[in-house]
Design a protein around this ligand. Structure first.
Ligand code: MG
Ligand code: MG
Ligand code: MG
Length: 319
């Protein structure tokens, strides 16, 4: 039997990781029919590494697309990665899998391959933006629901074009996709999405921290950085102490040198960064501001990958 190709985004999947897996799997299957660059035998199937968040669920429901199955072990499988190229964010046993393609928009991680593969990485706001360019390049038509998934991913990742990661390409691609998806008011659609993520009632502190949480290796130290985007930080104010205690627990349990949580205010366009670390001086080195108790307000900071990871990485190299 022909071997399936599992298309998968990062752990703690966000809308881009789920939707880009679905869209890239679709693209690979269509491309195969046209005798595309990648010769896959079996079908490409989207999978995810964990439950989709409320924003992603809303997107899948809106466009009538079913939720991919969960897959957390890559051993012996053919794999295509989207939205990451870091082993810590990939399924387990990636070293025992065959990676056939990577489509991403992050810094290049530590995944390596013995053979040449399709590797497409643009410094843009979203994996879906890269995928749209692959549709253009291959001449494959974009169905309405695929356009909707890609548009939602772009609005999610760029925080409705407010994040520093946003490029002109993301905006232009979003306009084109909105026409295909039949979305008239892009900004309103974006706010509808983000409102779903702001609903934290009923969630445990651990769930709030880990919903969008990534591990990094910074100068040999294990660092975890989570982010929660809110339309108003007031929504979470009375839970901050409880969340901070949980971050302390996570730090001990996980052997982290630091656990950081970005409480990002979409409307004020800044981030209250909660910090628990053995090296509190990294905050001043990275951001030019001292910790005030548990946290520090970083005006204009909305992007983990562009405004938090690089300066922290440099700071951890100095301590
Ligand atoms: Mg992502
Ligand atoms: Mg992304
Ligand atoms: Mg994100």
């Amino acid at each position: 039997m022909a071997e399936k190709v599992y298309v998968v985004g990062h752990k703690n999947p966000d809308t881009d990781s789920v939707c880009s897996a679905i869209v890239f799997a679709y693209l690979l299957n269509q491309w195969k029919e046209k005798g595309g660059l990648i010769k896959i035998d079996g079908e490409a199937v989207p999978v995810i590494q964990g439950e989709p968040n409320p924003e992603t669920k809303f997107v899948l429901e809106t466009f009538g697309v079913s939720t991919p199955e969960i897959m957390t072990d890559a051993e012996g499988k053919k794999i295509a990665l989207v939205d990451h190229s870091e082993k810590t964010q990939a399924p387990d046993n990636l070293d025992k899998a065959e990676i056939i393609a990577i489509v991403d928009h992050h810094k290049i991680g530590d995944v390596t391959t013995p053979n040449p593969i399709l590797f497409v990485n643009f410094p843009v706001g979203c994996t879906a933006t890269v995928l749209k360019k692959l549709f253009d390049w291959t001449g494959i038509e974009i169905p309405k629901e695929m356009a909707g998934l890609m548009l939602a991913s772009i609005l999610s990742d760029t925080v409705i074009f407010k994040s520093a990661t946003t490029t002109d390409m993301d905006k232009a691609v979003a306009e084109e996709l909105a026409k295909i998806a039949g979305i008239e008011d892009i900004i309103k659609f974006g706010i509808d999405l983000k409102a779903k993520l702001s609903a934290v009632e009923g969630m445990s502190a651990r769930d709030i921290i880990t919903r969008d949480f990534k591990d990094f290796d910074m100068a040999g130290k294990k660092v975890g950085i989570g982010q929660i985007e809110l339309v108003d930080l007031g929504l979470i104010k009375d839970r901050v102490d409880e969340i901070y205690e949980e971050m302390k627990k996570m730090k001990e349990e996980g052997g982290y040198a630091g656990v950081f949580l970005m409480l990002t205010d979409i409307m004020k366009e800044g981030t209250e960064l909660l910090v628990i670390t053995d090296y509190p001086q990294v905050v001043e080195i990275a951001f030019g501001k001292k910790l005030e108790g548990k946290s520090v307000w970083l005006d204009g900071v909305m992007s983990r990958k562009k405004q938090v990871v690089p300066p922290l990485q440099k700071a951890f190299e100095q301590v």
